[in-house]
Ligand binder design. Structure first.
Ligand SMILES: *Cc1c(COP(=O)(O)O)cnc(C)c1O
Length: 462
């Protein structure tokens, strides 16, 4: 077991590979080529019977793993809403990985308990959340949403004199769940996991930008859970929080907001009006690893009432030693987990209030630049570009599909596809600090080139 007790040589080797990766990132194709994908077969070896060399293991990973990565830390990856990674956060994560801390309880890791507490305070401040709001640090928004909805389920049933932890959901008084038809798939997944039943939810139509139609939300009461969205995955649009939350709260409904990438708009003085009133909700889910550009895996659940969250995440055991400090496992489903608050803390400390605002505003400006330049090159922009998302189409559905395939094969940039307003669309998410105006220009050129392969028309607008 102790053959490689001295880990420094391995860490040096890993550092060397990481530096080479970072240095090459802007020069390589954004999506791995066929050869790199084929070479992944090299990993198909039987489980070794004996010890292998650590150096050889890293070498294999570097030789065949690195070339098959998607270059999303460069400036021209626009697929999904993946975000890049702020270097300070990555470096802090390396340190925390060397520490190998477990933030389950304060007594297991005082430093991570402290940093989680500091993140709680900073997030409340930055996102303008109500006093007393607590956070739980989980793997991503899917889990954060699960936690927020679990808190809602616990609290709504508690008010009806039903302890869901003890008695379960069979025979429980029914609670109504009201969701936009445009909610993210992870919301439906969380509802299914929580026994709230995908088929019994009430789905409310959305408008052409993907915002829930406020006039179609039923009259709510204390048995209702309403789920809203800050940042539609296709259009980036925000629901009308103020208009919706005010009456919902007066009638004692629980409001959860899925703000995976959009909730950060609250940190931009220039744009926070987009999410006005979002702070009236009861719980929120948001990702560090998207707009904020922390490394994976960094999801955050925020809950206005600490007791609803901690009761829903109940944990007990004779050997569990709670303290007067922050015990992480009280706020999340897991016991052991990675010290993800370290990278979140480092990102927030490094950027500061103005840095977070600049990061977000920069993404929005790049998205607007994309929309403007693509429109000037005779592409159609299908959404109102209010945040970081741009939906693009060519003249016909077939052309849009072919152009997207050509863009993806170009290696210059990478965008995903979606369906919007009954037609296929190319979906651009600007979500990396690394994307520059030059990256946008180069990518727009790649769009035009991709189209010229489909339509050999010289009047391509360049
Ligand atoms: C990405 C996303 C999620 C899921 O978040 P994960 O961190 O991938 O689990 C949920 N809702 C929205 C709107 C998203 O963009």
């Amino acid at each position: 077991m102790r053959r490689e007790r001295d880990s420094k040589a391995l860490l040096d080797q890993a550092r060397q590979y990481a530096f080479e990766y970072i240095d090459a990132i802007e020069k390589r194709a954004v999506f791995p080529d066929e050869k790199a994908i084929e070479n992944l077969d090299r990993f198909d070896e039987p489980l070794p019977e004996h010890w292998q060399s650590g150096a050889g293991t890293l070498e294999l990973l570097n030789a065949y793993g690195a070339p098959a990565t998607v270059a999303q830390t460069g400036g021209r990856y626009f697929g999904f809403v993946n975000g890049g990674v702020v270097p300070t956060a990555l470096a802090a994560r390396w340190m925390a990985d060397a520490w190998d801390q477990n933030p389950a309880l304060y007594v297991i890791s005082p430093v991570v308990g402290k940093l989680e507490q500091v993140c709680d305070n900073w997030l409340r401040d930055l996102l303008e959340m109500p006093d007393g709001t607590v956070a739980g640090y989980v793997s991503g928004s899917s889990t954060a949403t699960l936690c927020g909805l679990a808190a809602a389920r616990y609290e709504l049933l508690r008010r009806l004199d039903w302890d869901v932890n003890a008695r379960g959901l069979f025979d429980a008084p029914p609670i109504r769940v009201i969701v936009s038809e445009q909610a993210h798939s992870s919301v439906f997944k969380a509802l299914a996991l929580l026994g709230l039943g995908k088929d019994r939810i009430e789905r409310v139509p959305a408008d052409r930008q993907g915002r829930i139609d406020a006039s179609r939300i039923p009259v709510l009461d204390g048995r209702c859970l309403l789920i809203l969205q800050a940042g539609n995955v296709n259009t980036g649009a925000f629901d009308a929080f103020e208009e919706i939350c005010d009456p919902a709260k007066k009638n004692d409904a629980w409001v959860h907001v899925d703000g995976a990438f959009g909730l950060w708009v609250k940190a931009s003085p220039a744009r926070k009006v987009l999410a006005q009133g979002v702070e009236l909700a009861d719980s929120w889910s948001v990702d560090g690893h998207k707009t904020l550009n922390t490394p994976y895996d960094c999801g955050i659940v925020l809950c206005r009432q600490r007791d609803s969250l901690t009761a829903a995440m109940q944990a007990s055991g004779a050997y569990i030693q709670y303290s007067e400090h922050r015990d992480g496992m009280m706020h999340v489903p897991e016991m052991s987990r990675r010290a993800r608050a370290v990278d979140l803390w480092a990102t927030l400390r490094y950027l500061g209030r103005n840095g977070v605002a600049e990061l977000i505003d920069g993404m929005c400006e790049r998205a607007a630049q994309f929309a403007e330049r693509l429109a000037a090159c005779r592409f159609r922009i299908l959404n109102a570009v209010v945040f970081n998302q741009v939906l693009v189409a060519a003249d016909t559905p077939e052309q849009t599909r072919e152009i997207l395939a050509n863009i993806q094969a170009s290696g210059v940039c990478w965008c995903g596809g979606t369906q919007w307003d009954n037609e296929p669309a190319i979906r651009i998410s600007v979500s990396s600090w690394a994307t520059t105006p030059e990256d946008v220009d180069r990518s727009v050129d790649a769009f035009v080139d991709a189209r010229s392969k489909v339509l050999p028309d010289p009047a391509d607008g360049r």
